[in-house]
Design a protein around this ligand. Sequence first.
Ligand code: CA
Length: 343
Amino acid sequence: MSRDFVDKADKEADKIIIAHRGASAYLPEHSLEAKALAYAQGAHYLEQDVAMSRDDALIVIHDHFLDRVTDVADKFPGRCRADGRWYVMDFTLQELRTLRFSEGFVSHDGRPVPLFPGRFPPFASHFQLHTLEEEIEFIQGLNRTCGREAGLYVETKAPWLHKLAGKDISKAVLKTLRRYGYGSRESKCYFQTFDFFDLEYVKKELMPALGMDLKCVLLLTDSLDETKELRGGQQIPFDWRTLLNEQDLCRIRQLADGVGPDYHLLFDQKRSEPGKIELTDLPAIFAEHALIMHPYTVRKDQLPPYAGDINELFAAILCQAGAEGLFTDFPDLGVNFVKTLQA
Ligand code: CA
């Protein structure tokens, strides 16, 4: 059904809340415990970010580094690269299983300082890394015991970096999804990536070869660190704004159902203030090209100056900008907001 035929009431009833790294405002991001809480809070989709271990296990973790969320620096002090970072792909699954998984932190004088002061304390209690297979079985188990289906929303992290190491992470992720029954457009599963060229590879080569056709979303950010492209043998930062032309927008629509923009891109930062949020021209451009929008990431403890509270931000994204869903660290608040729209 084209979005032109979906009336406003139906659209609002269909808004989806994606638990960003689980209920990550309340429990360490990407822990199975954070996924269980997001599930219990009624999130429609649970997000998985995936990196690959040295022995090709698929690990659910946001960074392709280990040092922000584990005790790797203490356990394996000699294993960081020249850039001072510990890479997931340099460790075997068995080694990764020995690490303590934590709420995100930065080290100051050898002490972990939390990135969000009000969140779960770093290294409190006990959490461990897990594989994509383990997370899918966890969610499918909950789907069975709770009698409702929460979807998967899977991102392959830095496909360009994995390719340089000879690892086809997107292929491995797709094969895993297919093995667990996620293969078609009807599957409750989205494939998301920042990497336009990898999306092209996934949609045009991998999925047809594997007999798959999952819904896809191209993520958009102004951070030039997020993804790279190989040009003249060199990895250079990829700027998605080069795609903002008629021809490339049509190309995106052929590859993806929609886009996942950083929500800051949707609002005019200079002219917006609480009670009067102004859109940029992007929401209209995406709507013209029949691209749905799932912006990221709404955080009650990191609101932009132009949002008076989290509900004003939810309303600006879902109602004013017309997004079909959003990513949030607070799935409970997102689900409550969508319920008020439905009521
Ligand atoms: Ca992600």
